[in-house]
Design a binder for this molecule. Structure first.
Ligand code: NAD
Ligand code: UGA
Length: 454
């Protein structure tokens, strides 16, 4: 069996590497228009950082896992084509700022139609608005040839930083197909691939529209939990309740569950915001304005939380940060990834810059991306070593929950900083009493301030 995957990004690369590893009898060809990315997949320096990914790729590379820019041959030879291209928020025209930009998806559909000489199963791996499969079927079957394309939905639920673990042992795999003979046959083909390593009871099947909508809904629910606890973090700070204790107390209720209740500077990443905005747009399209407003609030609270964090920094530092050196500890949108797409650090740095702060950014994996994100800001400094970066700083803002930040020598850092030395924990994960006892002025999301000055 031959699989082709169009799009060698954060999803296409790892998912196909896992299929190749678990199914040595299947030939997996991952193709992309981005030559540099394809070269990187073939090298020792993979284009994305994911714990454990290197070994998974190396196990199958050039055995039954191939990366190439020869898209047409890969399409032509494939029995199954996964499409895993980007589906960003539209920046122009109708629905700009909310709707999904489907141009890359449609280009793929047109290419597939153009090149194919035999029947194929087309699998939506990208996250798409509900009923996209219908539009794709129209494009694919528009020239009325005898070739049959069966479109399925198989959304990806992996999270960055734990992609390999999530792919190896997912909570579930979802495959949506039409309730027709050819639809169900195609669903079974994909089920059989995953069944090589995933227990059958974790492989869910549904109709195409439910599958498409389940992906948007899952991301919306996850993001909504983060926004919900972030609203409570603001109330905690006003009332001397502690958000960690509140999260723990509510999370022990099995109906609520303990995951995704960590208060923070807000969610980042390439998908939560775009997928909720897409959901909002879809609801509006169907005239469901109340539903749209409900989900829109999840995004607005996320923006509010970032602005609120910057406001706390300014207020605590005597209402001016002009000329003050602030060390940004962590720029990635979460730990264990170099990805900075929609990272809260981008907005926070821009706000601090607008206040004329002197900014130095440290991150173990994300500095290259940070430089691109802030390319238009002059005089931002980038320094991998947090000790060097903290020299003569007035404040530290912890924006990513990198585990190694727990183990830094905060006494040594304190000694090299200007006084009073501030630390703002945007991830609420450091030992605040310990830091306070060293001498820091401490602020943490959902816990408020500990000050030697009041
Ligand atoms: P990405 O930007 O990392 O990768 C997409 C790739 O597609 C790029 O390398 C791009 O060059 C390529 N591409 C675009 N148009 C092409 C074309 N016409 N032909 C060939 N290649 C083309 O994106 P990603 O993060 O992998 O996300 C892909 C999809 O998966 C999105 O819909 C996203 O919402 C969804 N998703 C992402 C994640 C995640 O963790 N990043 C998780 C689940 C789902
Ligand atoms: C998320 C989902 O978890 C995946 O299931 C989904 O496949 C993916 O989006 C996608 O569609 O792209 P990801 O964005 O990679 O995965 O990472 P998450 O672990 O979900 O974290 C998202 C953001 O929320 C991060 O900025 C993280 O720091 C923040 N977060 C998460 C919190 O602030 N608090 C929490 O309790 C959990």
């Amino acid at each position: 069996m031959n699989i082709c995957c169009i799009g060698a990004g954060y999803v296409g690369g790892p998912t196909m590497a896992m299929i190749a590893k678990k199914c040595p009898n299947i030939s997996v060809n991952v193709v992309d228009i981005n030559e540099e990315r394809i070269k990187a997949w073939q090298s020792d320096d993979l284009p994305i950082y994911e714990p454990g990914l290197y070994d998974v790729v190396k196990e199958s590379l050039n055995r039954n896992l191939f990366f190439s820019t020869d898209i047409d041959s890969a399409i032509d030879n494939a029995d199954i084509i996964f499409v895993s291209v980007n589906t960003p928020t539209k920046t122009f025209g109708e629905g700009a700022g909310r709707a999904s930009d489907l141009q890359y998806w449609e280009l793929c559909a047109r290419r597939i139609k153009e090149v194919s000489k035999s029947d194929k199963i087309i699998v939506e791996k990208s996250t798409l608005p509900v009923r996209t499969a219908e539009a794709m079927e129209r494009v694919l079957h528009s020239d009325k040839s005898d070739i049959h394309f069966e479109v399925l939905s198989n959304p990806e639920f992996l999270a960055e930083g734990s992609a390999v673990e999530d792919l190896e042992n997912p909570d579930r795999v979802l495959i949506g197909g039409h309730d027709t003979d050819s639809g169900q046959r195609a669903v079974n083909v994909i089920v059989d691939i995953y069944a090589n390593w995933i227990p059958k009871n974790k492989i869910l099947t549904s109709n195409v529209w439910s599958s498409e909508l389940s992906k948007l809904t899952a991301n919306a629910f996850l993001a909504q939990r983060v926004s919900s606890i972030n609203t409570i973090s603001a109330l905690c700070e006003a009332t001397e309740a502690d958000v960690t204790e509140v999260s723990h107390a509510i999370g022990t209720d099995s109906r609520i569950g303990s995951k995704f209740l960590k208060a923070s500077i807000g969610f980042g990443g390439s998908c939560f915001k775009k997928d909720i905005l897409n959901l909002v747009y879809l609801c509006e399209t169907y005239g469901l304005n109340e539903v749209a407003n409900y989900w829109q609030q999840v995004v607005e609270i996320n923006d509010y939380q970032q602005v609120r964090f910057v406001r706390q920094i300014i207020q605590r530092m005597f209402n001016t940060i002009a000329g003050k050196k602030i060390l940004i500890l962590g720029f990635a949108f979460k730990a264990n990834t170099g990805d900075t797409r929609e990272s809260p650090a981008i907005k926070i740095c821009r706000e601090l810059y607008a206040e004329k702060a002197e900014i130095v950014i440290s991150d173990p994996k994300a500095l290259d991306n940070a430089k691109k994100d802030l390319i238009d800001l002059e005089n931002i400094k980038y320094e991998q070593d947090p000790y060097k970066a903290s020299k003569e700083a007035d404040a530290i803002a912890v924006l990513t929950d990198w585990n190694e930040y727990k183990d830094l020598d905060y006494k040594k850092i304190y000694d090299g900083m200007r006084k009073p030395a501030f630390i703002f924990d945007g991830r609420n994960f450091l030992d605040h009493n310990f830091l306070f006892n060293i001498g820091y002025e401490v602020y943490s999301i959902g816990k408020g301030h500990q000050s030697h000055l009041d």
